[in-house]
Design a protein around this ligand. Structure first.
Ligand SMILES: Cc1cc2nc3c(=O)[nH]c(=O)nc-3n(C[C@H](O)[C@H](O)[C@H](O)COP(=O)(O)OP(=O)(O)OC[C@H]3O[C@@H](n4cnc5c(N)ncnc54)[C@H](O)[C@@H]3O)c2cc1C
Length: 468
């Protein structure tokens, strides 16, 4: 067989026989070496002999963006955040090219690079991630003002906070909390401006937002709810020296962190044939309207998400990985649509772990009911949301207690009732000794409020659970 061809098992069947078809060896080019692009490349390689090139401007190698904070805090070195050894790429014949793509010519199937080079492709995957939101605030481009997304942002932050006593962070979400934690480890006083009346209000209901807010204050964060940035003012050295809020308050500082969310990093596509809105528009197969051009990860926006409950842009690590793996199937002959399963997410707010499964929204939906339990120390809570008619569990938020992912996913995949979930609550807990104390309290409160007679069952061993 010629070098130009490789053998790929295809999923089509004819008269009950699985046929194996030769596919032409292609050059697949991926822009972006984040979790989405890298997962896609790895799975293409597992399944085929196509030529793969990854072009990325940020770093030579893939690293874990979610670990950026630990580098600043001295828990890890950059080297430790790379999931693969540097030799992995050559061994797996994945070519890495450090370059910025300035333009895509879809007619000639060519990428034009900032360094003057160009790359031809047969198939192109756009996996260019996000960038920090900037809302045109006066002073947002001053030295000492920045977001936190890229490795370069981390380097800049390292430099800018060397002689810093006070910082102001604008925008209450996960990255803002991480930034606050980072700064506090350097004894930098943090003022946190959050526009809404409770923390992370576009995601968390009020009770959970209040729990997080209390925890931030416990950690000596000067949290200002309902406060907006109006302007950042430079000092005589031209660096950020104070912020002015919407109420006219002036806060002196040497560093300003802008963490009011992220948006798709797709500016370089302006003027191309590839249709964009907030992100690169795709269907459930990650196909753009242009033949042989696909998009995955943070930068992609579904015309209509395969799960109508979900947002058209998903900016989390595990969905980027799922998209990468699914697209790799399509690119190697097994056209596959995105099937993201149960929505979940997890994070840490200083010492409090947070997990969410299914849908717990800021406001209850029509025909939804909810139960909220909070530990008396105010650092642990549980919320469950269910359908009033069917009693089917719709969502869980847990703070300060760690649940087992496989059990929660099992509950949602199997459409269990809120009563079932509470009865088998101990199965879900990661740390049985710790949790046993709370199961009875939680179930007792639920029974009292709902008029039920549920009893929290003993924890089953995972072997028993797996067979049930
Ligand atoms: C501080 C921080 C903490 C986070 N914590 C969590 C967490 O705990 N859990 C979670 O689920 N998610 C978390 N996230 C979000 C998560 O990291 C992202 O969802 C994920 O990294 C997106 O992956 P991606 O592959 O789509 O894009 P990215 O990781 O952004 O990779 C895209 C790459 O493409 C490059 N690129 C862009 N444009 C071009 C161009 N024109 N030419 C060449 N290269 C280009 C970029 O420089 C970048 O290297 C966090 C994000 C940040 C910033």
């Amino acid at each position: 067989m010629s070098d130009r061809f490789n053998v790929i098992p295809l999923t089509f069947e004819d008269h009950g026989l699985l046929f194996i078809r030769d596919l032409k060896k292609m050059h697949i080019v991926i822009i972006g070496n984040g979790i989405s692009g890298i997962t896609c490349a790895r799975h293409i390689r597992k399944r085929s002999d196509h030529k793969i090139t990854i072009v990325s401007a940020e770093t030579d190698h893939f690293f874990s963006r979610t670990a950026l904070m630990y580098i600043y805090m001295g828990h890890m070195k950059y080297e430790h955040t790379k999931p693969y050894e540097d030799g992995f790429w050559q061994k797996n014949r994945i070519e890495l090219r450090r370059a910025f793509v300035e333009k895509i010519d879809t007619a000639s199937k060519e990428l034009l690079l900032k360094d003057g080079g160009s790359i031809d492709y047969d198939k192109l995957v756009i996996a260019t991630g996000s960038k920090s939101n900037m809302f045109g605030w006066p002073g947002q481009d001053l030295p000492g003002v920045q977001g936190l997304y890229s490795y370069q942002d981390l380097e800049t932050m390292e430099e800018s906070t060397k002689n810093c006593q006070r910082a102001v962070i604008v925008g209450g979400g996960l990255i803002g909390v991480e930034m606050a934690e980072m700064l506090l480890t350097r004894n930098i006083q943090v003022t946190f401006l959050v526009r809404e009346d409770h923390f992370w209000a576009n995601v968390l209901p009020k009770e959970e937002g209040e729990l997080v807010a209390r925890h931030l204050i416990e950690h000596h964060v000067d949290l200002r709810l309902g406060a907006e940035l109006k302007e950042i003012v430079a000092g005589p050295d031209g660096r950020a020296a104070k912020v002015i809020t919407n109420t006219g308050e002036e806060i002196e500082c040497q560093f300003v962190g802008l963490t009011a969310g992220v948006s798709p990093n797709i500016r370089f596509l302006e003027g191309s044939e590839i249709e964009t809105q907030r992100g690169v528009l795709i269907n459930e197969f990650f196909e753009t309207g242009v033949p042989d051009v696909y998009s995955i990860g943070d930068c992609a926006q579904f015309h209509a998400h395969p799960d109508p409950e979900r947002r058209p842009i998903e900016q989390v690590w595990y969905t980027g990985r799922m998209m990468g793996e699914t697209l790799a199937k399509s690119l190697t002959g097994e056209r596959s649509s995105y099937d993201p399963g149960v929505w979940f997410n997890s994070a840490k707010f200083f010492d409090i772990e947070y997990q969410t499964y299914g849908w717990v929204r800021g406001e209850l939906g029509e025909n939804e009911a909810q139960f909220y339990w909070e530990h008396k120390d105010g650092r642990m809570c549980l919320k469950m949301v269910w359908d009033k008619d069917s009693r089917k569990l719709k969502g869980i938020n847990i703070f300060g207690i760690r649940f087992r992912h496989e059990i929660c996913s099992h509950w949602f995949q199997n459409g269990v009732s809120v009563d079932h979930a509470l009865e088998h609550f101990r199965d879900a807990n990661f740390d049985p000794e710790f949790f046993r104390d709370h199961a009875n309290e939680i179930v007792t409160q639920f029974n009292k409020e709902q008029g039920t007679t549920i009893q929290a069952a003993a924890k089953r061993s995972s072997a028993i659970f797996d067979r049930s």
